[in-house]
Design a protein around this ligand. Structure first.
Ligand code: UDP
Length: 360
């Protein structure tokens, strides 16, 4: 088959690394990059390091309101689909790129395959939730990362076209976790290499809720600064100035600010960290895979499967709450693996083959 895959944001590159490798064994893949994340350390490094094939198209759409971004992507993707006439479209996750591609395809009667379907927060206030629900309901096949997600699709009446395959990010994690990191390329804000301390905490924090003003991020950074080892904070480009300003103003010497890091570096920082503090859905799962304890700074649970035995705990953007959660001990039961067996990409391709042969 000819399959058009649309990606646009960092976590989608990480998922596509495992997906494209498998899909290209049996199919012709046309890769479209919407341009949502575009610079060297949010995009290019992943394509290079993870050997993701060069995109066939780059729409260069970034910034603007949700409507502006989605509308521009819809127009661009529709043109590509009309030109390429693929047998199917494949999308990952819940970004505006996912929604725009799904909508463009379904209106052209092109079957949509949605990877990481069925996750629900229970609120339409989250733009990603809107993207997820819409894409799940227009998809021809939904691939779920957890049984819980499949259960949600069952409740919503689309079970007959939905399958549990495991989390494709786990495939990528396993692929990289055993590769020694010979030359870590972790740079500070001035572009100088950062030496990784023998003991450290790893932090990422970029969600609107925690970074729209100084207060929540200051609380988080004050908590991290008071810990018994430095914190490596890999800063998303849009929070660069705020993070720098807070650390300088408050004299936070125990925080090491870095530019976004590549995926191998992020996996290395995760597996060797004392603990992790984040508001990233992807990173909290990776902490879980690595058996490293995580504190998730947000008001709602994103991956409920990880919230067992103190392995991942919700905290408010509040110093005391973060420190209290970090002080607890976790229990790691290695037999509990709700994210599948690390072969999600193979399972997705097997199901696609069955669909192609009309055996589903
Ligand atoms: N990540 C990375 N470099 C960084 C920070 C994060 O490679 O500097 C990886 C991280 O390991 C995880 C993914 O990016 O796999 C998470 O992406 P992001 O936080 O952008 O998205 P979210 O998880 O919030 O959807």
């Amino acid at each position: 088959m000819k399959i058009v895959t649309v990606v646009g944001a960092r976590p989608q590159f990480i998922k596509a690394a495992a997906g494209s490798r498998q899909i290209r064994k049996d199919h012709t893949e046309i890769l479209v990059h919407t341009g949502q994340h575009f610079d060297e350390n949010m995009s290019d490094v992943f394509f290079r390091e993870m050997e993701i094939p060069e995109p066939n198209y780059n729409l260069g759409v970034s910034g603007g309101t949700h409507a502006q971004m989605t509308a521009k992507m819809l127009i661009g993707i529709e043109e590509i689909l009309q030109k390429e006439q693929p047998d199917a479209l494949l999308v990952y996750g819940d970004t505006n790129s996912t929604l725009a591609a799904g909508l463009a395809a379904v209106k052209l009667h092109i079957p949509v395959f949605h990877v990481e379907a069925g996750n629900r927060l229970g609120t339409l206030n989250s733009p990603e939730e809107v993207n997820r629900i819409t894409t799940d309901h227009i998809a021809t096949i939904n691939f779920c990362a957890t049984e819980d997600a499949l259960g949600k699709l069952r409740e919503e009446g689309v079970e007959e076209r939905s399958y549990f395959v495991g989390n494709i990010m786990y495939d990528s994690f396993l692929h990289f976790v055993n590769q020694p990191l010979k030359h870590p390329n972790i740079l500070d804000f001035d572009g100088k290499p950062v030496t990784i301390p023998s003991e450290y905490y790893y932090m990422t924090c970029h969600r609107q809720e925690n970074t729209y003003c100084d207060e929540p991020l200051t609380e988080i950074l004050l908590a991290m600064n008071s810990l018994d080892a430095p914190t490596i904070y890999a800063v998303h480009p849009r929070n660069h100035d705020r993070a720098k300003c807070i650390c300088e103003k408050r004299g936070l010497k125990n925080i090491i600010l870095t530019q976004p890091v590549g995926y191998s570096e992020s996996v290395h920082l995760t597996t060797n960290a004392k603990k992790i503090v984040t508001d990233s859905g992807g990173l909290q799962c990776e902490a879980f895979y690595a058996g490293v304890q995580c504190v998730f700074v947000l008001d709602f649970v994103v991956w409920p499967e990880t919230m067992v035995d103190n392995r991942n705990q919700l905290a408010k953007a509040d110093q005391r709450d973060i420190l209290e959660k970090l002080s607890r001990n976790q229990t790691v039961n290695r037999d509990y693996q709700p994210f599948g067996d690390g072969h999600a990409a193979e399972k997705i391709c097997e199901i696609i083959k069955k669909w192609e042969r009309k055996e589903l």
